[in-house]
Design a protein around this ligand. Structure first.
Ligand code: GAP
Length: 438
């Protein structure tokens, strides 16, 4: 039988498992479909992506503040938001092989793409996970695991207004877990049932929403370039009439060209006053805003930017992965940008003698409070470089004989493989300049 050729995604999945980026969840029990765990390097990368986003969206915008709302919320919120009624996917089953599909993702909605069998009529399937609060498992005690973090922002918007000096236009940003009982899960961590979102809701005066929508579209595409994603791999996709979510007047996806095609990475939505009006109606609370500039009272419009942490993580890994054919071997390298790379520098003694390990360890201990650095003295230095290349470490600092005389070390750049000599007391500044950029 012909051996299946390994795709880029196969290679990445294997690298992620082998080097501690991503593992299948509950693996020793046979796994749990489309749920993943992040290993030591994955946890670092995820944290760095979230910090980068927070810096870009909150720290650099004086009119945007953060929030951390709970996953479980009053069930009426999901009735008001329209999720109980409309957050559904059309589901079809194959009458022959019994496989299940999302009808809207099929090219031919009558024929099974797996075996050619006949498909059932579509049924609407709600994507929200349900559980019960308290000891009674009846309909009066149902609560939902939130399918988006946005609603936590809407129901807190008056609290935020009353406890800050914000005036329209302003934004509230939040990072947190979301859950969706997805029917089709595929392509590694692209579509999972538990994931994290980084969402920002921008509250604006009605009538100014279209301009703000354009501003945020541009801002968000700029962000991906700053994150280090190749510019020719991201593009906009405008939602047509039948793609629009129930809350959106206008929507654009930022798409990335994954190995499995152009797919959504982030959604930018003009949600109008839909959500706040519905929460006002369902809660009976006044959610209007008094604009002391125009002396008007109105329900703000909302422009939303909604990105997935896990999907961003997959994007940066796919985008960074390269196999370089060198003279003697193949170099696998992840070109992750320094601000998000899990390990900022590998620190090596050239050899395990002449006091080099002691100097290298001191450098390691001096940098550790500031940056995630990695000490390695095992094996030939070339192999140590390669091990760091494969996990995306942008710099390798090596202590050699000259170090002992001149208090300098070499810094090898992962991408160019060029080395430069730097004074030991300049290392922290060197890393700061490379890593602390937004
Ligand atoms: N609040 C709006 C909202 O949730 P969405 O387009 O449904 O909009 C926004 O989701 C982003 O969340 C997506 O662009 C994607 O990055 C991420 N996302 C959504 N469902 C996901 C899933 N099942 N697995 C991983 N990420 C997901």
């Amino acid at each position: 039988m012909a051996k299946k050729t390994e795709t880029l995604l196969d290679k990445l999945v294997s690298l992620c498992k082998r080097r501690g980026y991503i593992y299948p969840s509950s693996e020793i029990y046979g796994g749990l479909a489309s749920i993943y765990d992040y290993g030591p390097l994955g946890a670092e990368l995820k944290k760095n992506i979230k910090n980068f986003w927070w810096k870009w969206m909150v720290q650099l915008h004086e009119e945007i503040v953060g929030l951390d709302s709970s996953i479980l919320m009053a069930p009426r919120i999901w009735e008001a938001s329209g999720h109980v009624e409309s957050f559904t996917d059309p589901l079809v089953d194959c009458k022959k092989c019994k496989q299940r599909f999302r009808e809207d993702l099929l090219e031919d909605s009558d024929t099974c793409p797996n075996c050619g069998g006949e498909l059932t009529d579509p049924r609407q399937f709600n994507l929200m996970f349900k559980t019960f609060m308290g000891p009674l498992e009846d309909s009066a005690h149902v609560v939902y695991l939130r399918p988006e973090t946005a609603q936590g922002i809407y129901v807190n918007y008056i609290n935020v207004l009353n406890s800050s000096r914000l005036k329209i236009p302003f934004g509230i940003a939040q990072i947190g877990k979301a859950f969706r009982n997805e029917i089709t899960t595929e392509n590694f961590i692209f579509r999972t049932r538990e994931f994290e979102q980084m969402e920002m809701q921008f509250f604006v005066k009605p009538g100014t929403d279209s301009d703000w929508f354009e501003t945020w579209k541009q801002n968000r595409i700029d962000y991906y370039k700053k994150l280090g994603v190749r510019g020719d791999k991201v593009r906009f996709h405008q939602h047509g009439e039948n793609e629009l979510a129930h809350y959106a007047k206008e929507a654009f996806d930022i798409e990335y060209e994954f190995p499995f095609g152009w797919k959504e990475l982030e959604g930018i939505h003009n949600r109008t006053d839909f959500d706040l009006k519905r929460h006002q109606e369902y809660s009976g609370r006044d959610l209007s805003y008094f604009d002391d500039v125009s002396r008007e009272r109105y329900i703000p419009y909302i422009v939303e930017t909604s990105a997935g942490v896990d999907r961003t993580l997959l994007t940066v890994l796919v985008d960074a992965y390269e196999e370089q054919e060198l003279e003697k071997d193949t170099r696998t390298v992840l070109h992750l940008s320094p601000p998000i790379a899990p390990i900022k520098a590998g620190i090596f003694p050239l050899v395990k003698k002449e006091g080099m390990p002691d100097v290298a360890k001191k450098i390691y201990n001096d940098l550790r409070p500031y940056y995630n650095v990695f000490y390695d003295e095992g094996g030939a230095v070339g192999r140590r470089y390669r091990r760091q290349d494969e996990v995306g470490t942008p710099f390798c600092i090596t202590v050699d004989t000259e170090t002992l005389e001149k208090e300098t070390v070499t810094i090898r750049d992962r991408d160019s493989m060029q080395q430069e000599r730097v004074k030991i007391d300049q290392l922290r500044k060197f890393l700061f300049d490379k890593v602390e950029t937004v």
